[in-house]
Design a protein around this ligand. Structure first.
Ligand code: PEP
Ligand code: MG
Length: 848
């Protein structure tokens, strides 16, 4: 039997062609679609892993599989997918150049009739003939008029050129490169960028990185192909957007490339020893002072010569491809759990694993026949050497990203070739250089500081050290390992200084500086950890909105007294099937444990899966809808997919035995939906009781109020649940009938509009009348300008993204309940959002 896989930039298009093919083949041709990419904000693109999944899904049924593609990167993804497919399968796959729709229908028609694969392929290639004849088009499609250029032949296609100046402070570094590749990935046109005679294809991360394009450099762009104009327009927009980097006032500020702004003070004597003063000078990478025994962390790649075998076993090649595949997935999950700006580090690393240049180098190293480990290590060394030789500090630091993916894949292939012992007591970690994965895996309770011989303040490990709050000095030069013994070493992460041996005077001075630093850090932390209490002693609970357990840890360290919204759908993204009960349980357990140290019994409010609307998930097969925001989303979807829902409810109920888990249902419109959801929880709890699995039978259940109907059903809903939380992001869009993602109507979707405020007031009053607490977890909850008003309206708990916590707490500490209640009463009478804002501002002036 012949099967068909459809690869398109658009998931909708791939599914549409699949639907036509299904109708024509009547089940006689195995079919699978691989359209779009896993990026809800920009789902157009192609993903080799989706193609692999599609191939695997019909591999058992089909003897031969034909892959049809739309254009541009779809071809590349299909070819790359074969790299990741075992030879047993890839040898049965045929990539077909025929047009997607006509070719696919020709294929299913002839395959369903039992034709051989050669005949079917030929039919596909002739597929346009009948259309051309019917339209009286005498000429056959001329496939030679725009040949694809061979590497060494001159390209005859018309070329459009454009020049631009690199606008962003860090230049064309890893993340802008990844974004550039994504920007151009949807076009058929071939794009080359060049600088000083060195050219790079816009599909190759390594080639682009080696242009070493810095801020102010002139780049020439050459574009060839059908959709040149559109590709050029996209490129213009990308450059106008500062290559997607934030616009900051100076390179110094930008060099942190982190959400955490710290002042980086480069030492004038980077990498040199100032023996006179008794310290080594490096680069101040992360502030703070630390004194502790040194711990040498060995991070070197093994020597390829030690791994060389007499020959390469073909089965080992498959293992290597699978390991690369797995590493890319792991990096995707890591990006998800790290979240924020730091996620881009791991996303860029995942992209490196599919870089055509890496794959080409790997192929030629495999051809040496000395084993896959040898070929892999050699490839990584060669690729890293390409970065090592660059002038730009930021790009040179990418060599450690290359080593990181190298080590990641090696660990999956054969961890015994790596020797990474980890500290078991408080230490200062010394290393040649730390990879990003090693940095995030360090136990922050044991690692007091980091010192590296190599690296720069923009190396990803430095960025991560700052985000983890670990003092660090990098780039101190060679010789650290020799200095490691049992004695204490010290570092000053503000000055970039490192002491490998401590005289009594130096130790005294440093200890004093360390305790001053620690005291100011403690004071800062204490203010953010202390409760938010108004001047007249009313405590407002401050919780965090999170999407991963990593964020839970960060929020607990930065003053959240619980989680008001765990967006569980993030656990379901970037994967090809839903997470299992065990995977979900682990993620919820990790979030609970993140709070254990700081806040006993902290409420962890986990929202059940909220997909649909602006958060589609391919594998959940939610059909495309005309009005997804008004469609099958949130609780509506879960109630009708009980298997999926009950798996999540089981994981949540089991996690409730570990801590104060609260379950919250999203996108509720009616009390009857709430009753159904609650009865499913009871069914799950009955099953668990029967299986003797522990859970909390009194686990609080609540709902999000984000649909106007739910506001006006509040009296009844409040009688059913233990708490409610207002989601202003959706509530506002539904009340104002203004799509939350549409910038044209953004000014209309203003939560300060009295229509929204009156809905909030009604919800709060109805909750209190029923004796339950009311939270808010939409963006408005973290807006310091709204804090006084929201408390005046009666909100008991504000849940927000972690960086907002300190500021909102500080505002609350200045408020007095009588005044904010008065403010709320006055504001509810006003006619417009503008007047509400003005009134709040004036009130703030008079109260201060
Ligand atoms: C909301 O709608 O306000 C909300 C918090 O949910 P989300 O933004 O995830 O839709
Ligand atoms: Mg919502």
């Amino acid at each position: 039997m012949i099967g068909l896989v459809l690869v398109s930039h658009s998931a909708t298009l791939a599914r549409g062609v699949l639907e036509l093919a299904q109708q024509m083949s009547q089940g006689r041709v195995p079919l699978a679609a691989a359209g779009g990419i896993d990026d809800p904000s920009d789902p157009i693109g192609t993903d080799p892993m989706r193609v692999v999944t599609a191939l695997e899904s019909i591999a058992d049924e089909a003897d031969d599989i034909i892959v049809m593609m739309d254009l541009g990167s779809a071809l590349m993804s299909a070819e790359m997918a074969l790299e990741f497919t075992p030879p047993e399968l890839s040898s049965r796959v045929h990539l077909c150049s025929a047009p997607l729709v006509e070719g696919s229908l020709a294929i299913v028609a002839s395959a369903a009739a039992g034709a051989s694969v050669d005949v079917v392929l030929n039919e596909a290639k002739q597929a346009l003939v009948s259309k051309a004849e019917q339209l009286g088009d005498k000429q056959q499609p001329d496939t030679t008029s725009e040949p694809s250029p061979a590497e060494d032949e001159p390209d005859a296609r018309p070329v459009t050129t454009w020049q631009f100046t690199v606008p962003n402070a860090l230049g064309l570094h890893a993340r802008p490169i990844a974004r550039l590749m994504q920007t151009l990935g949807g076009f058929q046109a071939e794009v080359r960028l060049s600088k000083d005679g060195l050219a790079a294809l816009a599909t190759s991360m390594s080639q682009l990185a080696r242009l070493n394009a810095k801020q102010g450099d002139e780049l020439t762009v050459e574009i060839r192909g059908d959709d040149t104009d559109h590709a050029l327009a996209a490129l213009h927009a990308f450059v106008d957007d500062n290559l997607g980097d934030p616009v900051r006032s100076s390179i110094q500020a930008d060099a942190t490339s982190s959400s955490e702004d710290v002042s980086l003070q480069a030492s004038p004597q980077n990498g040199t020893s100032s023996q006179a003063e008794g310290f080594l000078s490096g680069l101040a990478a992360s502030p703070g002072i630390a004194i502790a025994p040194a711990f040498w962390l060995d991070v070197v790649m093994p020597d390829p010569a030690e791994l060389a075998l007499a020959q390469t076993d073909p089965a080992e090649r498959d293992r290597l491809r699978l390991a690369m595949n797995q590493a890319a997935r792991d990096l995707g999950s890591l990006a998800l759990s790290v979240g924020g700006d730091e996620a881009g580090i791991f996303e860029a690393q995942a992209l490196m694993l599919t870089d055509p240049e890496l794959l080409q180098m790997l192929d030629s190293n495999l051809a040496q026949g000395k084993g896959t480990l040898f070929a892999w290590v050699l490839t990584i060394n060669e690729l890293a050497a390409g970065y090592d030789g660059l002038e730009n500090d930021y790009l040179r630091a990418r060599a450690s990203d290359v080593y990181d993916i190298g080590i990641r894949v090696l660990r999956l292939m054969d961890a015994s070739v790596l020797r990474p012992p980890l500290p078991t007591q408080p230490v200062i970690v010394l290393a040649r250089e730390l990879t990003p994965s090693q940095t995030v895996q360090l136990d922050t309770s044991l690692v007091r500081g980091i010192v590296t011989e190599a690296g720069s303040t923009t190396s990803h490990s430095a960025i991560l050290a700052r985000s983890l709050g670990i003092p660090a000095v990098v780039g101190v030069g060679d010789g650290l390992q020799a200095a490691v013994n049992k004695a204490d070493v010290a570092l000053d992460g503000d000055r970039g200084q490192v002491w490998l041996s401590l005289t009594e005077t130096v130790r005294d001075g440093l200890e004093q500086a360390a305790s001053t630093w620690q005291a100011s850090k403690d004071a800062e932390l204490a203010a953010s950890l202390a409760p938010a209490v108004t001047t007249d002693d009313t405590e407002i609970a401050i919780h965090a909105n999170i999407a991963s357990s990593y964020e839970a840890t960060k929020s607990a360290q930065q003053g959240a007294h619980g989680v008001g919204l765990f967006r569980s759908e993030f656990l379901f993204m970037d994967r090809t099937k839903a997470p299992s009960e065990a995977e979900q349980y682990d993620a919820y357990a990790a979030a609970i444990h993140a709070f254990d140290a700081n806040f006993e019994d902290a409420p962890i409010t986990i929202r059940t899966l909220d997909v649909g609307g602006d958060k589609p998930l391919d594998y959940l097969k939610i059909p495309t809808e005309d009005n997804p925001f008004l469609g099958w989303r949130g609780l509506r979807y879960c109630l009708e997919t009980p298997d999926l829902f009950k798996t999540q409810l089981r994981a949540l109920c089991r996690a409730s035995a570990l801590g104060n888990v609260q379950v919250m249902f999203p996108m509720v419109s009616t009390p009857s939906e709430v009753r159904k959801a609650m009865s499913m929880v009871r069914e799950v709890q009955t099953d668990l009781a029967r299986e003797n699995i522990p859970f909390n039978p009194n686990m609080p259940l609540g709902v999000m109020i984000e649909v106007p109907a739910a506001v006006w059903h509040m009296t009844e809903i409040a009688e059913l649940v233990d708490f409610v939380s207002i989601g202003t992001n959706d509530l506002c869009q539904y009340i104002m009938a203004a799509d939350r993602g549409n910038t044209r109507v953004a000014s209309l979707a203003d939560p300060f509009d009295p229509a929204v405020l009156r809905a909030i007031a009604h919800t709060a009053d109805a909750a209190h009348a029923a004796g339950i607490k009311i939270s808010m977890c939409g963006e408005m909850a973290g807006d310091p300008d709204a804090t006084a008003l929201l408390i005046g309206l009666g909100i008991d708990t504000l849940s927000m993204s972690t960086p907002r916590i300190a500021k909102v707490k500080a505002v609350i500490r200045e408020l007095e309940m009588a005044q904010v209640k008065q403010l709320a009463t006055e504001v509810l009478e006003l006619p417009s959002a503008a007047e509400v804002r003005e009134h709040i501002q004036q009130a703030a002036v008079t109260t201060s």
